[in-house]
Write a protein that binds this ligand. Structure first.
Ligand code: SF4
Ligand code: SF4
Ligand code: SF4
Length: 261
């Protein structure tokens, strides 16, 4: 994966410069129809190359058991060759880039490589602005309650009362996992009926401004995806209007290869 780091950087430069795909659109990364950005398959952080992952993942579910955000699922029957293997569907729940990467440490086979427990080597994919006109910030529209409620609805650790009231209540005896998930909702709650910068404000990358920022556009604002983005998918989950998608690592590497031919 460390070699892929250069390919990834080059790919981003290609996309944001003159671009093998003709994607230049000011700064930032915009959507190329050639890329399968709607693919649900993001492997958890630290995943080795897909062909090796398919051989190494023994479908044990250890990674999902230790994930404090409930980000990881096992593929169902529709997963084809990778049925039963670990993946992340960012619209349902992104990865929040835990500092110690417990998912990697729990993997008994190296499908999630323990040596990748550094943010530099997390290359799940790259976020792209797929539908800029849907961005609430571009047209200065406030965040509707329903967009925040949607995240409550797929958060599994809340009490029935919290779900009903769509309001988290922090308790001293909450387990660490519960605290972490409630913190996301607390941060998100602040955006109810307010201008939207959710994607940039809640990006879990350690220095988020290196991964995403808001830039002025046509009297409003628009997210700009930057070089450090690791494709964790948190912004895809939290965006109220589906502006953002993520290109999984395997897909952008294949486009990179095409660009080299
Ligand atoms: S880094 Fe944390 S949130 Fe992301 S998949 Fe691993 S355990 Fe889950
Ligand atoms: S911009 Fe941030 S939240 Fe979005 S995929 Fe990239 S690193 Fe994750
Ligand atoms: S989360 Fe970001 S991309 Fe989505 S509507 Fe808000 S500002 Fe726009």
């Amino acid at each position: 994966m460390k070699q892929d780091d250069k390919k990834r950087r080059d790919f981003i430069k290609q996309m944001t410069g003159l671009g093998i795909l003709g994607l230049a659109c000011g700064a930032g990364i915009y959507f190329a129809p050639e890329l399968k950005a709607s693919s649900p398959i993001l492997r958890p952080p630290g995943a080795v190359k897909e062909e090796d992952f398919l051989k190494l993942c023994i479908k044990c579910g250890q990674c999902l058991q230790v994930c404090p955000y409930d980000s990881i699922e096992l593929e169902d029957i529709d997963g084809g060759a990778s049925v039963g293997m670990a993946f992340i569907d960012p619209r349902k729940r992104g990865c929040y880039l835990c500092e110690a990467f417990p998912c990697m440490l729990a993997c008994p086979t190296g499908a999630l490589d323990h040596e990748h427990d550094n943010i530099k080597y997390v290359q799940m994919g790259i976020a792209v602005v797929a539908d800029m006109n849907a961005c609430l910030a571009l047209t200065n529209k406030p965040v509707p309650n329903s967009a925040v409620d949607r995240i409550y609805e797929h958060t599994k650790v809340l009490t029935a009362e919290e779900q009903h009231n769509k309001k988290v209540v922090l308790r001293g005896d909450d387990k660490e996992k519960v605290k972490l998930q409630k913190k996301v909702l607390e941060d998100l709650d602040k955006f109810r009926d307010q201008p939207c910068t959710i994607c940039a404000s809640l990006c879990p990358y350690p220095t988020p401004e290196d991964a995403i920022g808001m830039v002025k556009k046509d009297g409003g604002l628009l997210p700009e995806i930057r070089e450090a983005c690791v494709g964790c998918g948190a912004c895809i989950e939290l965006c109220p209007t589906n502006v953002l998608k993520v290109i999984p690592r395997e897909d952008y590497l294949s486009v990179y290869k095409k660009g080299q031919q």
